[in-house]
Design a protein around this ligand. Structure first.
Ligand code: SAH
Length: 390
């Protein structure tokens, strides 16, 4: 293993547990060291070793620490130990067959995300370093009790930055589908064709907190995907729910899931742009008692901040105009670069624009199986508010 020396600026971050070394923190000319993307190295700073890491000389994040001694480092042993720890952590939360099994850096497995749907795993690799470990990783995953199929969702756009091709592969049963449940609701998941890794477990804990308060209400679920919030609401006693998504396949899936959950008579699925749908509902004189706003990340890169912030404000303002007096607004953002304060600002501005007065009842966050690393604010991404409109 080659030894890479890092500048003192990086030391404080590494010492508190952060896993990344930026390209400008490496001593010497990174480009002329002949490093291969994904190569294993040892990271040192002033005589102290920070253990094994994998590198990519072509990316802003030049190295990711594996938090293991470089001397005698063995990929198989390391992977097995990390996976075992990730599984045990979920077990302590009472989770096994239906959860996010691996959440990247938070589980000490940089560049890797895995969701479990019964016997199907949906895995996503986003770095060259993890890609080089794919064969031993696949072998280790197949040893997990009850696993029959691995879907590789290696189609994330961020892979291009790492010099990796994008593809989706199924290792196991060609029909890689599964049915999962959240409380009384049932959802058919197709991890090979769905969005991201197939399902948004990150909202599960929020749904469990909020849905019991929607009994008897008329609910609008904007950006519904497979109907997690809307179908969940009806199963929890809401009078009816309207799910809106711009994806035809998502809307078809909402209808199937409503049937699976036995609530098709109280569930409406609409294929539309959420902004257009709000305008249409308003024109039709429709009102709702509770509205969920859970859009895709409007801010993917820092430089999109202003435009994205405006989009958060606009969609929430449109939602507020549809809320009946005393209604509930459940509003979320999964943009890394849009923190909780920024979302709160957007909601305050939206309320001002719609001439409504909001009170925050609950602060929402990603589910516990997406743990945050306290030294890596990058591991916190989902935030939200459940608000009452006075
Ligand atoms: N609320 C969902 C997750 C939403 S993911 C859950 O809890 O599981 C974001 C969804 O927004 C995707 O399904 C995507 O198809 C949809 N989407 C993206 N842009 C949209 C738009 N402009 N209008 C409506 N839906 C949109």
């Amino acid at each position: 293993m080659r030894v890479l020396s890092v500048k003192r600026e990086a030391e404080r971050r590494l010492r508190i547990g952060h896993a990344w070394v930026y390209a400008n923190e490496i001593d010497g000319k990174l480009g002329s060291m002949g490093l291969i993307p994904g190569e294993l190295v040892e990271i040192v700073c002033r005589d102290q070793s920070y253990g094994a890491a994998y590198v990519n000389p072509n990316t802003l994040i030049a190295a990711r620490l594996l938090r293991a001694p470089a001397h005698g480092f063995e990929v198989d042993t390391w992977l097995a130990q990390r996976l075992r720890a990730a599984i045990e952590l979920r077990a302590r939360l009472g989770l096994r067959d239906q959860c996010r099994l691996v959440f990247g850096e938070s589980d000490g497995l940089p560049g890797l995300v895995i969701d479990r749907y019964g016997s199907v795993l949906s895995a996503q690799i986003t770095t060259a370093g993890m890609e080089r470990m794919r064969a031993p990783l696949a072998a280790a995953l197949k040893k997990i009790a009850g696993i029959g199929t691995i879907v590789w969702r290696n189609d994330a756009s961020s892979r291009a930055l790492e010099g990796l091709a994008g593809d989706i592969e199924i290792d196991g049963a060609a029909d890689a589908t599964a049915v999962i449940s959240e409380a009384d609701a049932r959802f058919a998941i197709a991890p090979a064709s769905g969005q991201k890794t197939g399902w948004f477990y990150d909202q599960r804990d929020n749904r469990a907190r909020v849905l019991p308060h929607l009994k008897g209400l008329r609910v609008l679920d904007l950006f519904s995907y497979l109907g997690g919030w809307g179908i969940g609401a009806v199963c929890a006693g809401a009078r009816e729910a309207w799910c809106v998504d711009s994806s035809e396949s998502a809307v078809d899936a909402v209808r199937r899931n409503a049937n699976l959950s036995g609530v098709a008579d109280r569930l409406h699925a609409v294929k539309a742009d959420a902004f257009d749908a709000c305008r249409q509902f308003k024109a039709d004189g429709q009102a709702f008692d509770a509205i969920v706003v859970d859009p895709p990340a409007f801010i993917k890169r820092k430089k999109d901040f202003d435009e994205g912030a405006l989009a958060y404000r606009r969609i929430n303002e449109a939602a507020l105009r549809l809320l009946a007096p005393g209604g509930l607004l459940i509003s979320c953002s999964c943009s890394h670069h849009f923190d909780e304060d920024s979302l709160q600002d957007a909601l305050r501005q939206a309320a001002q624009g719609a001439r409504r007065s909001l009170r925050i009842l609950m602060r929402l966050a990603q589910s516990a199986d997406h743990p945050e690393h306290p030294a890596m604010q990058e591991t916190r991404y989902l935030k939200g508010f459940a608000c009452a409109v006075l």
